[in-house]
Write a protein that binds this ligand. Structure first.
Ligand code: KG4
Ligand code: ZN
Length: 338
């Protein structure tokens, strides 16, 4: 029988304190996510200092809870994994220091995991047969990348955003329309009953870089649409503006991703990150892949946003590759996935 590698994973890069026990990178034995979103909502975005404090308060009970739910003691673990980059530095430091302390106290090896590699690995849990190589679109609150996943621990970025991330664009557009933070999910909901043709928005291009994104102009276009209507005393149909915005994001992401798939010869396409929860994007990418005979993979909604199970999934492959860290591991606010 295959050895069971049991990893306790910790995630604290933004506003979720999470811990999970994952076995052989594919099976979740426990997963706890303590979200701070309600508290940050009052301020219209994540307040880093508050996030760090809440992580400090939550980390012990969240990790203990994950161990209890998995019915394990620290002795039973094969390794301890933690998100060390990228993210809010004060938030990352809480998880990193907790994991380092636990590793020193238990003598279990420490595995540093890149947050975006984790988002991609959420797909390994959801799709047991999925193996690299494949082409992945990662869209979250902080990142929008088209990535070649060459194998479990080797990546090549083909394109990225030049300004706002996709999730950031959703959140800023939503804020302009009066929705609470984080607004991506509200746009998604409203767009379902809206007409995407009512307010045509621009499709920004990055000159000479067919796989790079630029989303900030889209947010400005939404603001202009709202302002012009206000000046003329017209009312905006929010559902229609949401549908137009979402359709434009779909056009941009699907267009560049399919172009990259053709150019680089990928027939296996994966979607990951918080924005992969978007119903319009899920449907559009499913259809585009189906049309071309490509396989398409996306995590279930429960694994799209930040969680520690995805960190545990990637950690297994880092473990197999021998990517361990010592007590000198530090948190890094921004770091390339490669
Ligand atoms: O991956 P994630 O949970 O955190 C980061 O690593 O950034 O992504 C959060 C982002 C937020 O911008 C949020 O608005 C967006 O994902 N998001 C969505 C949806 N659900 C979450 N965007 C569009 N449609 C959704 N249904
Ligand atoms: Zn994330």
């Amino acid at each position: 029988m295959e050895k069971e590698v049991k990893i306790l994973a910790i995630e604290s890069s933004c506003d979720e304190t999470a811990a999970s026990v994952v076995v052989n990178g594919r099976k979740i034995w426990s997963s706890i996510v303590a979200s701070q979103v309600e508290e940050h909502r009052k301020y219209g975005g994540v307040v880093p200092e508050i996030a760090s404090r809440r992580h400090c308060e939550n980390i012990c009970w969240v990790a203990d809870g994950a161990m209890q739910e998995a019915n394990l003691t620290f002795e039973d673990l094969d390794a301890i994994a933690v998100t060390y980059a990228p993210g809010l530095i004060g938030a990352l430091l809480v998880g990193v220091n907790y994991a380092k302390g636990l590793s020193l106290a238990t003598g279990k090896p420490l595995i540093p995991v890149h947050h975006i590699r984790g988002h991609i690995a959420a797909n390994y849990i959801a799709h047991p047969d999925l193996e690299p190589p494949f082409l992945c679109m990662v869209a979250s609150g902080g990142h929008s990348h088209i990535v070649e996943v060459l194998d479990y621990t080797h990546f090549r970025v083909i394109g990225c955003t030049r300004d706002d991330a996709a999730g950031e664009a959703f959140d800023k557009a939503a804020r302009a329309m009066g929705y609470p933070y984080p607004g991506g999910v509200f746009i998604d909901k409203a767009a379902q009953t809206g007409n995407p043709k009512t307010y045509p928005l621009p499709h920004p291009k990055v000159d000479g870089s067919p796989y790079d994104f630029s989303f900030s102009g889209l947010k400005t276009a939404v603001l202009n649409t709202l302002n012009h209507a206000a000046q003329k005393g017209e009312t905006i149909i929010k559902e229609d503006l949401c549908a137009s915005f979402q359709q434009t994001v779909c056009d941009l992401i699907a267009g560049k991703l399919m172009l990259a798939a053709e150019e680089f010869g990928y027939k296996k396409i994966v979607f990951a990150g918080g924005v992969s929860a978007n119903s319009g994007l899920r449907a559009r990418l499913t259809a585009e892949c189906q049309k071309r005979g490509y396989e398409f993979f996306v995590p279930p909604l429960s694994l799209c946003g930040d969680n520690a199970a995805m960190i545990g999934a990637q950690a297994y492959y880092e473990y197999l590759a021998g990517n361990f860290a010592g007590a000198d591991l530090n948190a890094v606010a921004s770091k390339n996935i490669e």
